[in-house]
Design a protein around this ligand. Structure first.
Ligand SMILES: NC(=O)c1ccc[n+]([C@@H]2O[C@H](COP(=O)([O-])OP(=O)(O)OC[C@H]3O[C@@H](n4cnc5c(N)ncnc54)[C@H](O)[C@@H]3O)[C@@H](O)[C@H]2O)c1
Length: 445
């Protein structure tokens, strides 16, 4: 089957909207990216990506040059010929865990006057069950005159840090619909990806996204609890995870113990599902625990340092890694924030280095901490190193040089990032990983 070229508009050009728009252009569609953020659109029109995501910028430039990718702040211009309109605006959380749908509802109201007969509105943003129906009603209420249009729920599963690759090679595409011809058209839009497509009701599609994220978050909290227990009983969580992961029913991914999950999705989506459950009279106690474990997990690393030093006041701590995971500049809910704040509360002097996320980190942590331009600058004369994000640069680090630069070569590895053979080869080192025995070399002090 050859590609049927479609006119597509993507509303919201953040991590999801931009990756989606660029990839849909790459597979041959005509795409308009629309955003209310003028600065973002201006940057995009220059061919520059406002976010760091591997492979994104070259594909953006290539498709803009080809003329099949355009950006605008104007819904009138962006929706002019749109057959399919994808909503990818943010859905952050309220204090009580419920989802803030104001951006989505705002976009729905604003797009209504520009909607063409027989067009399809696709919700890609993560939204609670029932939202697609609410958005349909909202659009209908704001149409200048009645027209026929369809709603599709098409949740997104890309991972930041590999957004382009995930969008071009998805594990599956979920299409939730009420109407089969609209679902077929959205399936045809994705046809060049040759992905497995699953058709469901709108409600099931909305739920699949939350259930998937809650399950993955639970897997992380579970292995972190096992890690904490491993430390008490002398087992090695990496061996345990490998032994578990080779069981096909369990699978090896999301079994890396560490300082917990962060980012813009797991924290808010788990809380939103919990809220949804509560509203419907269900006590989702397991999810409650997943969240509670994750809330305390980053602080366990600080606790280890307190145990080691007794008093952290005045100690110089180097943080390596600030973003919530490698290959992204996203600082949303990064465990590094909680750790930095706790260290400051305990009177330490914090210097941090991250290959990409420093500018965004400054927006969150301001000048409460120092920022270094390199690993080596951060480590100079440090009393301890906290490894918080497993960037490739840190995995390849020369540990001997690290220990030579630090005042005291004491490492708290929150991601089990360092190679233990290299640690063992050091003459003087104290190394505290997660869920594994500490390595304390004789002759230290
Ligand atoms: N980031 C991820 O890894 C990821 C993965 C899967 C799903 N999601 C979901 O996708 C959605 C978007 O997430 P994101 O990380 O891309 O968010 P983001 O904050 O990076 O981007 C959202 C964009 O929407 C724009 N926007 C807000 N209101 C608008 C309006 N009325 N019209 C046009 N643009 C508007 C904002 O200016 C912003 O550029 C969320 O629901 C999120 O939960 C995110």
């Amino acid at each position: 089957m050859s590609l049927i070229k479609m006119n597509i508009a993507v509303i919201g050009t953040g991590y999801v909207g931009l990756s989606t728009g660029v990839c849909l252009a790459e597979i041959g569609h005509q795409v308009n990216g629309i955003d209310v953020d003028e600065a973002k659109i201006n940057e995009l029109l220059q061919g520059s990506s406002p976010i760091y995501e591997p492979e994104l910028e070259p594909l953006l430039q290539k498709n803009m040059k080809k003329g099949n990718l355009f950006f605008t702040t104007s819904l009138e211009i962006g929706l002019k010929d749109a057959e399919i309109i994808i909503l990818a605006v943010g859905t952050p959380q309220h204090e009580d865990g419920s989802v803030d749908l104001s951006y989505l509802f705002g976009a729905a109201k604003d797009l209504a006057p520009h909607l063409k007969n027989k067009s399809i509105v696709v919700i890609k943003s993560t939204v609670p069950v029932g939202t697609n129906h609410q958005v349909k009603k909202l659009i209908e209420d704001h149409l200048p005159h009645p027209i026929a249009f369809d709603m599709i729920s098409n949740p997104e599963f890309l991972r930041q840090g590999s957004a382009i690759s995930d969008t071009l090679h998805p594990d599956r595409i979920i299409i939730g619909s009420l109407e089969s011809s609209a679902a077929s058209k959205v399936e045809a839009m994705y046809q060049p990806l040759h992905a497995s497509i699953i058709h469901t009701s709108i409600e099931s599609a909305e739920m699949i996204k939350y259930a998937s994220n809650a399950f993955l978050a639970t897997k992380i909290s579970f292995i972190n609890q096992i890690a904490n227990l491993c430390e008490s009983v002398g087992a090695d969580v990496e061996d345990v995870a490998m032994g578990m992961g080779m069981d096909k029913r369990i699978g090896a991914t999301f079994l890396q113990a560490g300082i917990g999950y962060g980012g813009s999705c797991f924290p808010k989506d788990t809380k939103a599902l919990l809220h949804m459950a509560k509203q419907n009279g269900h006590h989702f106690s397991q999810l409650n625990e997943t969240i509670a474990i994750n809330d305390t997990q980053p602080l366990l690393l600080v606790k280890k340092a307190v145990n080691r030093f007794t008093d952290l006041k005045g100690k110089k701590i180097a943080l390596l890694g600030l973003s919530f995971k490698p290959e992204t500049d996203d600082m949303r809910e990064a465990p590094s924030i909680k750790i930095a704040q706790k260290l400051l509360e305990l009177g330490t002097v914090v210097t941090a280095y991250d290959p990409i996320a420093i500018d965004r980190a400054k927006q969150v942590l301001g000048n409460s901490i120092h920022y270094a331009n390199s690993v080596w600058e951060a480590l100079k004369d440090a009393d301890a190193l906290f490894l918080l994000t497993e960037w490739g640069e840190f995995k390849r680090i020369d540990v001997t040089r690290v220990t030579g630069l630090m005042k005291q070569p004491i490492i708290f590895d929150g991601r089990n990032c360092f190679d233990t053979d290299k640690i063992e080869a050091c003459e003087k080192i104290e190394y505290y990983p997660v869920g594994k025995k500490a390595i304390l070399k004789e002759g230290f002090y």
